[in-house]
Design a protein around this ligand. Structure first.
Ligand SMILES: [Cu+2]
Length: 455
């Protein structure tokens, strides 16, 4: 795991505007720590200030702070970034301090925070602190509560954190474009009492969607619904790290949604309870068991469960959200008899590959030639073959023998003898079947060709 940190030392090098921050304040800006790796960087225990149990930002990192006169000072830099969405594809996004999603800000209930925001984008921006209860003038809405932060300028936000929970930050300036480009981050406020809401594993991720045409790298920013890359912290499967826990661990997963549609987030092998929203903690008496929780647009959901040994799929239940780009224009070919046609097409297009007449499983297994900088639609391999997933998918890996503090990827689960599905080769009784009518002349065999009509 790499941990490359580049320190931007000189405030002058960042082109700070004298109008936005006084000379004295500019000279004393906290360093803007940046990160270029997309690997999960476990946050260290806090070295100053109140103690807390840090979260694990999936394929992300937490922003260091500087303590000054009992105020935690953070420095966010809004800037263009290159983000690897998964091995084989890099996207040109906008983010903070080198990454999209930006670094997680972690602080404690009661903390006073001072957050410097430097704009290195080509257009104005601002930062809104989603869910935090702060003075109106700190709310970050361009035009309404503050002038926009012009390119090259630095603004400072300062407020006291009055309640613990799971929050986010994102621009409130040219929002559609800036969020379509990946500008967002998590803001975690930990309880003052470290025993309160304590868990063994605390994961956090943000949902973001992009529309990047195969063979390109920059998102189309005016797309409203038809995105083709569904990401967690701007990563897609198989680029999303597994979530590792020990059997019996109390696990929390915090999910925030800054896409344009809802995401039913589903976990196999467990029942969980939603214990927090961006409004705060849910009282025990108001929780109910679930295996899927819908995270609507602009919402956060934190849910908790006791970890059970195994390799458990964890994904968005909208099946198009567990696929990468290229899926949408493919016509339905199931049941189409293409013999003869394939031969003729091959004479014209030697590389032609006919697919889909028996379903699309092959697409996950086959090595198809793809445009540069493009990920396969359905991919990833497991111990038993192709997983055939993409987008918003990962694996919760729970093991009995995880050593304290050592949550590295343990490899694949070893299923106890007799506890795995297997091929049956014995005698078979005829299966009970509902009667179905026989196909006749009115049952069309071919799909009428059409152009792409949307969904
Ligand atoms: Cu989804």
């Amino acid at each position: 795991m790499t941990n490359r940190r580049n320190f931007l030392r000189s405030a002058g090098a960042m082109g700070l505007g004298a109008a936005a921050v006084s000379r004295v304040a500019a000279a004393s800006l906290p360093e803007a720590v940046t990160q270029s790796s997309a690997a999960t960087q476990p946050a260290p225990a806090p070295s100053t200030g109140r103690p807390y149990n840090p979260v694990v930002t999936l394929n992300g990192w937490s922003l260091p702070w500087r303590m000054k006169d009992n105020v935690k000072e953070f420095h966010l830099v809004a800037e263009p970034v290159v983000r690897e969405l998964a091995p084989g594809m890099k996207a040109r996004l906008w983010g903070y301090n080198g990454t999209s999603a930006g670094p997680t800000i972690e602080a404690v209930e009661g903390d006073r925070v001072r957050i410097f925001v430097t704009n290195r984008l080509p257009e104005p921006t601002s930062v809104h602190w989603h869910g935090l209860l702060i003075p109106s003038g700190m709310d970050g809405v361009t035009g309404l509560t503050q002038p926009a932060i012009a390119p090259g300028k630095t603004f400072v936000y300062e407020f006291t954190l009055t309640k613990s929970g799971t929050f986010m930050y994102h621009p409130h300036a040219d929002e559609t474009l800036q969020m379509a480009m990946g500008m967002m981050g998590l803001f975690i406020v930990h309880p003052k009492d470290t025993r309160q809401h304590k868990v063994d594993r605390d994961f956090a991720l943000l949902l973001a969607a992009y529309d990047i045409e195969p063979g390109s790298a920059t998102p189309k920013v005016n797309t409203m619904l038809d995105f083709n890359l569904w990401t967690w912290n701007s990563r897609v499967f198989p680029g999303i790290d597994p979530l590792v826990a020990r059997t019996g661990d109390r696990v929390r997963i915090r999910v925030g949604n800054l896409t344009m549609t809802n995401h039913p987030i589903h976990l196999h092998g467990h029942t969980f309870e939603v214990t927090g929203t961006d409004g705060g903690w849910v009282p025990k008496s108001a929780r109910w068991p679930e295996v899927t929780t819908d995270v609507a647009v602009g919402q956060m959901r934190a849910f908790e469960f006791d970890a059970v040994a195994g390799d458990w799929a964890f994904h968005c239940h909208k099946s198009h959200h567990t696929m990468n780009a290229m899926g949408h224009d493919v016509p339905t070919m199931i049941g189409v008899d293409a013999r003869g046609v394939v031969e003729k097409i091959t004479q014209l297009v030697p590389d032609y590959m006919h697919m889909g007449d028996k379903g699309m499983h092959d697409m996950g297994e086959m090595e198809m030639p793809l445009p540069d900088n493009t990920l396969p639609m359905m991919t990833g391999s497991g111990p038993f073959g192709g997983i055939g997933m993409g987008g918003m998918f990962s694996v919760l890996k729970v093991r009995d023998d995880v050593k304290p503090g050592d949550y590295r990827d343990p490899g694949w689960f070893k299923h106890p003898a007799g506890s795995m599905a297997r091929e049956y080769t014995g005698e078979l009784e005829p299966a009970m079947r509902a009667p179905s009518p026989a196909a006749d002349a009115n049952t069309l065999k071919a799909r009428k060709p059409t152009g792409h009509q949307g969904h």
